[in-house]
Design a protein around this ligand. Structure first.
Ligand SMILES: NC(=O)c1ccc[n+]([C@@H]2O[C@H](COP(=O)([O-])OP(=O)(O)OC[C@H]3O[C@@H](n4cnc5c(N)ncnc54)[C@H](OP(=O)(O)O)[C@@H]3O)[C@@H](O)[C@H]2O)c1
Length: 279
């Protein structure tokens, strides 16, 4: 399959490109410098030239707090860019998957969010991602929207790498005890993204590692256990005490109504995935 991966310098894009190459796909992974998805003309030209079989959009403006101030940048990547890709994919009739977020939900539900739950994003980042979902679907009915959350992976900075470095240096970590999610190893998400473009069944998917999810503190405790760090470095704190500019859902655990019904095996339990990653 000839497959385009956008945002190639990003964490999920790197894992996805690596996986696609490992299974023999003709993988075209383009960084923002090589393809700015907000540049409609360039996107259309590229798709006409390259005639991809599938596109996995991993490009996004991902600075959740920054989005509150840089609404334009967030809109360009997370709304206009996604819509551009959907139109261009439609024009050449290729498969199209784009990644969205657990932050489309408001966090008021303590149980898992499924596709039956109506999004109600609280911050600009979540609002833009939700708008991107809607416009992509309207532009191209073949769009697969893949919501995920709490993603960690190799290289770059993410919520796990920050925590891991502090703990490795013997520094305290604020262990947020009232924020819940379903952690996701980028390599597992990458494999699932590729399975979904193979399946080519347009829908919204929720893709995370399996299990009951955890709090940020629970995740941090597991990291300590697996790495042998001193749990006393974990300092319990409430999410509100961080006073972050953007509101975040208190609980954004995701579960998928479709994946297993469509014949896809559940992704590994989040603890297994974490152990695999830390190995
Ligand atoms: N990380 C998480 O916990 C998490 C949770 C839920 C959902 N997601 C979603 O998962 C997807 C992948 O996220 P990630 O964690 O891999 O993010 P990431 O590491 O920040 O990568 C995003 C990449 O997109 C690129 N980009 C930004 N604007 C672009 C544009 N206009 N055109 C082309 N590329 C552009 C960035 O380029 P620069 O390097 O030049 O900035 C960056 O390389 C995103 O859709 C994100 O919203 C992530």
């Amino acid at each position: 399959m000839k497959i385009l991966i956008t945002g190639a310098n990003g964490m999920v894009a790197r894992a996805t490109a690596k996986f696609c190459r490992s299974i023999g796909d003709e993988t075209v992974a383009l960084t923002r410098d090589e393809l700015d998805i907000a540049d409609q003309l360039r996107v259309f030209e590229l798709f006409e030239e390259e005639k991809f079989d599938a596109v996995i959009n991993c490009a996004a403006y991902t600075d959740v707090d920054g989005s509150e101030k840089e609404e334009d940048k967030c809109f360009a990547a997370n709304v206009a860019g996604v819509e551009n890709l959907a139109h261009a994919a439609k024009k050449i009739g290729c498969r199209f998957a784009t990644i969205s977020t657990d932050y489309v939900f408001d966090g008021a539900k303590t149980d898992f969010y499924t596709q039956r739950d109506t999004p109600n994003p609280q911050g600009v980042y979540g609002q833009m991602k939700f708008l991107g979902e809607n416009l992509a679907h309207r532009a191209y009915a073949r769009t697969m929207i893949v919501r995920s959350g709490w993603i960690y992976g190799h290289g770059g900075t993410n919520f796990l790498s920050v925590m891991d470095k502090l703990l490795a240096d013997g520094k305290p970590v604020k262990a947020i005890f009232d924020s819940y999610g379903t952690p996701t190893f980028a390599n597992d998400l990458a494999r699932r993204l590729r399975e979904l473009v193979e399946l080519d069944l347009p829908a919204i998917y929720h893709v995370t590692n399996s299990g009951l999810g955890t709090s940020y503190a629970g995740f941090a405790e597991k990291v300590c256990e697996l790495r042998g760090y001193n749990k006393k470095l974990l300092k319990p704190a409430a999410a509100d005490s961080l006073k972050r500019p953007a509101p975040r859902p208190k609980s954004s655990k995701l579960a998928c109504l479709f994946s297993e019904r469509f014949g896809l095996a559940p992704l590994p339990h989040w603890e297994t995935a974490l152990a695999e990653f830390l190995k």
